[in-house]
Ligand binder design. Structure first.
Ligand SMILES: [Zn+2]
Length: 310
């Protein structure tokens, strides 16, 4: 069975302005890497627009309408916070970014593909139900998790997050709901300030493994192997969703962890093994951060190669 790659040209039309690290070239770099002959086995699809029903499983309807209604004229940007902006192309991009994860969930749950990678932007893991921020408007992975539960009768969904920043938005959505599990490694203390090991959710369904600046592959692998994977195993998810951010790479300009592409590949293999054990292999991965184009492209390619079992 194959791996599905979902993207859409509209993701390039979310304009963040000059000098913003979360820029269209990020996605171009990822898609160029996945254009290589080695990835000819990927099944490719365009991201659909998520419906209001799908978006409002996570975000209140008035927030969805407010964000989608901003719609500035071409060339103008509206700031949501200091580093989160809305441009003319944003509304379509964010509806399709959520739609990409929903299509990934549908394809995996219906057994049409083994697993899927949603190459999207903007990212989503800093968006809580009611508060966008940190480059994120809608929480793509949480919308995918709720869709799996509402549409496919899945009870337990695990979201694991290896982006260098703590996924405060996803945690806020998951921490009071025992049907969700959220686990993260991230640089700490660091933006957005959350993600201490003491934050554990209402039934231990949140696992945070903070890493000090300067940590590398050894600390990262130990955090997953000893801290997160045993608890993920006990949660027995029926679907595994990955917040795949590649900004913990040593080349990344926004953070100070020292991972290599091979560290992302290692974790991807561990997560595939967990999905095989509990989820009939069902794994959906969605792009979050990653701001050095070369590191992002190489790391995303390494991740997708593991999904394809190459
Ligand atoms: Zn990040």
């Amino acid at each position: 069975m194959s791996t599905l790659l979902i993207s859409h040209p509209s993701f390039l039309d979310h304009d963040t302005g000059e000098y913003h690290p979360e820029r269209p070239d990020r996605l171009r770099a990822v898609l160029k890497a996945l254009d290589d002959q080695a990835f000819s086995g990927l099944v490719r699809a365009e991201a659909p627009i998520a419906t209001r029903e799908q978006l409002t499983r996570v975000h209140p309807a008035d927030l969805v309408e407010t964000i989608l209604g901003v719609n500035p004229p071409p060339g103008e940007l509206v700031n949501v916070d200091a580093d989160t902006v809305i441009s003319a192309g944003t509304a379509e991009a964010i509806q399709r970014a959520a739609g990409a994860v929903i299509l990934a969930v549908d394809a995996v749950m219906e057994g049409r593909v083994a697993n899927a990678f949603a190459a999207v932007r903007p990212p989503g893991h800093h968006a809580s139900a009611t508060l966008p921020g940190g480059f994120c408007l809608f929480n793509n992975v949480a919308i995918g998790a709720r869709h799996a539960q509402a549409r496919h009768g899945i009870e337990r969904v695990a979201i694991v997050d290896f982006d260098v920043h703590h996924g405060n938005g996803t945690q806020a959505i998951a921490e009071h709901d025992v049907s969700l599990f959220y686990a993260s490694t991230h640089q700490y203390p660091f933006y957005p300030g959350t993600g201490s090991a003491r934050e554990r959710g209402i039934h231990g369904n949140v696992v945070n493994m903070p890493l000090s600046a300067g940590s590398g592959g050894e600390e990262f692998r130990a955090a997953w192997a000893d801290g997160i994977l045993p608890k993920l195993d006990r949660f027995e998810p029926e679907l595994l969703i990955v917040s795949a951010g590649f900004d913990a790479h040593r080349r990344d300009p926004l953070a100070q962890l020292n991972l290599e592409a091979e560290d992302f590949a290692w974790l991807s293999r561990e997560l595939m093994a967990m999905a095989d054990k509990h989820c009939k292999g069902r794994l959906v991965s969605a792009l979050e951060g990653g701001y050095d184009l070369q590191a992002l492209a190489a790391s995303a390619a390494a991740h997708v190669k593991v999904l394809m079992r190459l």
